[in-house]
Structure formats: C-alpha cells, structure tokens
Design a protein around this ligand. Structure first.
Ligand code: GLV
Ligand code: MN
Ligand code: MN
Ligand code: MN
Length: 419
C-alpha cells in the first residue's frame, strides 16, 4: 500500500502527462469533444487501458470503456465481450461497476473538471491491484463524450445517447460551429440507447472536482444536482447607422439583450437561484452599426424544478415587456433541460460512512452521473477545490487531495465490486 506521499507523487506524475494537452496560453483548456486535444486524451485513455491489460470497448456513441476483470478473462462491461471492431457486445455476464467521467472542457476551462475522474479511476484500479484485490464484478472505467456540450450544444450528449435520454436522430442533427455533425466525427450515425449495456452495470460512481466553495474536507459525497437548463433567446431589431440614426428612431436589440441579462441576474438573486448569460452573438457585430439581431444563451439553475420554471418564466416575461418598449422582438427557445437529480440516498450514506463520515453535499453542476442515475444506482465523490473556481483556468485541487480522492474511489470500487 503506497503512503499518502507516494500516492500524491504518483498522481502528480500521471497528471503531468495530460497537463500540456489542449492548454491555451491563459492556462485554460480547449478540449472540445473530438478536437485534436480531446482525441489525444482518448489515445491516452486507450494506452492506459492497454498498459493495464484492460479490455477496451465503445458503445457506438463516442463513449469509451476500459474494463478490469481479472476473473473474467477479457470480459467487457457487464460481462459482454468486445466485437472485432471494439463495439460492445451484449452483456449477460456477472454485472459490473462503472466509474469514470469526461475529457472534454468548456472553452478555456479548468484542468480537473472531467479528467480527474478518469485519471483517478485508473489509479484506483492500480491501488486495488497492488493490494492483491480480485473484483468479483468487473470494474469499468468510462470516458463519456461531450459532457459539457461545448461542441454540439447539448450537455451529457454521450451518456444521454447511451441511456436513451435523447433520440439518436435528434443528436445526429446537432451541428457544431463549423456545420459538422456527430456522424462526421463518429464516422457513423450514433448507435443510440444500449439497454443491454446499461443493464449490465450494477452501479456508477463518478469522482469529480468540487466546483464551488462548498467542500472543506478533502473528499465528499454528492446528494443531489439542481435542475438546470439552457435557453437560447433571439432578439430581432433593426440594423442601422450609429452616427445618423436618431436615438428616438432606434430599434436596438442590444438594449433588450442587456436588459434581459440584468433581469436574469436580479430574478435569480431574489429567488436564491442561479442565472448566467455566458454566450452571446451579435449581428453584424460592428462598432459603428446598431445591431440587427442579438442571440444570447441563458443558463438557469434552481433548487427545484418549479422554482426553475418560475425563474425562466419571470425573465422571459420581463424581457418580452422590455422588447415591446424597445421596438424589438424576443423569442426564448429551450435547448436542453435536466430535471432534479437526487442520488440514491442509501448509497450516498453508505459510501460517506465507508469513507469515515465525509460530508454529503448537493451541487449546481451537471454531470453524466445525473443522467445515469435514472437507470442505475449512482453516486458521486467530490474532491475539494481550494479556489472554489471552475469552468475557468483557476480551477484547482492539490495533489494530496487528489490522492485522497483516488484512495476513496478505490475503497468504494472495492466495496461495490464484491458480490
Ligand atoms: C457542466 O459542467 C455544467 O454543469 O454545465
Ligand atoms: Mn463542467
Ligand atoms: Mn464535469
Ligand atoms: Mn459537468
């Protein structure tokens, strides 16, 4: 059993293999799904699996799996076998425990959101192997595709496809900013729901960096994910000359847009909810032209689904009234919504106790674990984030806390992979 110091050092060494991949000069990461950086991380995943003698498979939706099951002689998740092209064959075997996370990032995101869960999973397998532990159920490490939705606009795309939470035809129709679709990057239409595969797993555990200032212990367990969603809003006005158009003659969509941003902030504060406008497009985007149109995206999150619906309704109502005064038109379109997730309370309590009574806490961030929790017992482990910053370059976790996370995950996998 390595000492805490040795484990922190091992973590640091493995982490360093990834730290240059997709890193921008500001220290943030550009690791969009199937970009060269994310493909390099997928290659790293395959190399890690191969080095450990794990069975590599995929589900036809862009999600990768590496299975460790020494007793199962090359069996893949849920006891299935890899077909010649690496696609997962139907299961029917001894069941298994799934762990992992995602490699993709938001634009200029942090290093930890996603990759920490995958790196920790491989290191947890190493710890268990060093202990001489032989799992009675397969342990599978997953790398889920497009969790952030930064490329195709829909968060948790890979896990939604795997579980049938999105129609593969709808997923196939999504396009990125270059007009490419999922089929272009996958090389085939997405396979869609794989009930055989999902049923082959007994549990999913995702380790993740904590993304606020809520966790003061090195490791915690998640209780719930706030319901959240993304709404696009399109404001149409009249493009015109900045120098010659009288102020009284203008139909300026930027004013309606700016009002909407402030209204979202005010309504969220009043309600103890969260609202963000982090993306905007302006047409034609010229300094000396009144814009013809502005498109913004509202990310809204609240403690329960009714509160979330009321928040978005209130913002849309105020924005529409304002559009009337500005002579513009505004339209809100829901792009994706995720209902409230309450993780299996029995499992969360059991794991928190197993780990010595670590804190149990909710989060406002979305995760593949939220999607999978509708289908199998699911838990999340959080690792402390001293900056409290996430989706930005300052996101951080110490080597020591990451090592504590690896140890906690190994303990959990050991527990869940017993018969
Ligand atoms: C993903 O991390 C999200 O919560 O938006
Ligand atoms: Mn994220
Ligand atoms: Mn994440
Ligand atoms: Mn996330």
């Amino acid at each position: 059993m390595p000492s805490d110091l040795d484990l922190a050092r091992t973590f640091r060494e493995v982490w360093a293999e990834l730290s240059g991949i997709g890193r921008a000069p500001d220290g943030g990461y550009l690791r969009f799904a199937w970009s060269p950086a994310e493909i390099a991380l997928r290659d790293w995943f395959r190399a890690q699996a191969t080095a450990r003698g794990m069975t590599l498979t995929h589900d036809g939706n862009g999600n990768l799996f590496a299975t460790w099951f020494p007793a199962g002689d090359g069996l893949a998740p849920g006891g299935g076998r890899a077909t010649a092209d690496g696609l997962l064959a139907p299961s029917g075997g001894p069941g298994g425990v799934l762990t992992g996370s995602h490699f993709d990032s938001v634009p200029h995101g942090g290093a930890f959101d996603g990759p920490l869960g995958i790196v920790s999973a491989f290191l947890a397998v190493d710890l268990l192997r060093d202990l001489g532990f032989r799992p009675e159920r397969a342990i599978t490490v997953a790398a889920f595709a497009e969790e952030e939705g930064s490329r195709f606009g829909l968060a948790c795309l890979g896990s939604r496809l795997l579980t049938g939470a999105i129609d593969p035809q709808r997923a196939a129709a999504l396009t990125d900013r270059d007009g490419l679709c999922l089929g272009d990057v996958l090389g085939a239409a997405p396979a869609g729901v794989r009930p055989d595969l999902v049923a082959g797993f007994d549990a999913y555990v995702e380790l993740h960096v904590e993304q606020g200032r809520a966790l003061t212990a090195p490791v915690g367990v998640a209780s719930a994910i706030w319901p959240h969603g993304r709404w696009r809003f399109d404001v149409e006005g009249e493009g015109n000359h900045a120098g010659t158009t009288l102020m009284s003659d203008r139909r300026d969509p930027m004013l309606t847009y700016a009002f909407t941003v402030l209204a979202a902030n005010k309504e969220a504060r009043l309600r103890g909810a969260h609202a963000t406008v982090g993306r905007v497009e302006v047409r034609p985007n010229a300094t000396n032209a009144i814009p013809a149109a502005v498109r913004g995206w509202l990310d809204a999150r609240a403690a329960d689904e009714e509160a979330l619906a009321r928040l978005v309704e209130a913002v849309a109502k105020k924005a529409t009234e304002r559009a009337g005064r500005d002579g513009t038109a505004i339209r809100f379109t829901a792009e994706s919504t995720t209902g409230e997730v309450r993780f299996d309370t029995g499992l969360a309590d059991r794991l928190a106790t197993l780990l010595g009574g670590v804190p149990i806490l909710p989060t406002g961030a979305g995760h593949d674990a939220g999607v999978l929790s509708a289908h199998l017992p699911t838990a999340m482990l959080f690792v402390r984030n001293p900056t409290g910053v996430s989706h930005a370059p300052a996101e951080s976790a110490t080597d020591e806390d990451c090592a504590a996370g690896v140890r906690a995950l190994a303990r959990v996998l050991q527990e869940l992979s017993r018969r």
